[in-house]
Design a protein around this ligand. Sequence first.
Ligand code: ADP
Length: 307
Amino acid sequence: MNNIVLETKNLSKRYKSQTALDHVNLCLKQGRIYGLIGKNGAGKTTLMRMIVGLGFPTEGSIELFARNNRNELEETGKRIGSLIEAPGLVSGMSAKENMHLQCLMKGLPNYEVEDELLELVGLRDAGRKRVKNFSLGMKQRLGIAVALIGNPELLMLDEPINGLDPSGVIEIRNLLKKLSENDGKTILISSHNLPELYQVATDYIILHEGEVKEILSHEELDERCKCYISLESTNVNQLTVVLEEQLHTVNFKVMPDNSVQLFDLLEERERLAQVLHDNGIVVTKMAVFETTLEDYFMNVIGGVEHA
Ligand code: ADP
């Protein structure tokens, strides 16, 4: 599935003196889950709002399902489901009544899907309860059910796991994976929960101060975030010979500072230390390094800010 679902070209949004989006070029492909990462104020919500037509770009274009003129975009709007900011729910109504209302507003007469969708998001038993008595997590689930009305091909979910308990987070993760893997839906999801985003997304878009800083796939991220053992020794040449000949690995890099990054034997550090010692290698430092999505993100946007 390599169909392009959404393409933005130089998409920009300015509010008076504030640039919320700055020449954003994106290309989202069918069946993938894109994790949108950025600090507060990075432009994530603005981007999603522009895509679903809740605001006009100052500059640039959005092409959805290979269409970009305004009338055609209105038609394509039905193919997008969204949960952006507070889900527009009526608090005095039950979950079921809210679903009904949303079906009516979307012009979809097929009410049978209401129960199906409530079940899908784990709200089957809460269908009759009034939304004002819902927890934040329940509201989020209902928001996702509403976003799924009309079986949209593209889903925009702004902080959908906000307020969910750990089991809710896992349920929503599994649901999103199922929607993309089984139904071929494309999902753009923002979250400040980067470990969770790491588990659910197939691709990551790093947004900073309105600019896309990097787009990378899960595999690319893993490749760049590889765990390794950093080794320092008085005799690096001999160390690499022992790694190759005695420990049978070539999965290492000698760094400019003469340390060695070893991507193997992470679970066999005792044997590694023993073999190096037995071969007369003096190891002056041995440390395990692991880069998480969070570390990677901080690195891309320029590190931690010090107040
Ligand atoms: P995020 O969702 O990543 O937290 P937003 O898209 O909400 O970021 O905001 C991006 C920037 O645009 C922020 O600096 C924010 O203050 C500004 N902004 C967003 N909406 C408006 C608005 N309606 N009027 C003025 N500035 C806005």
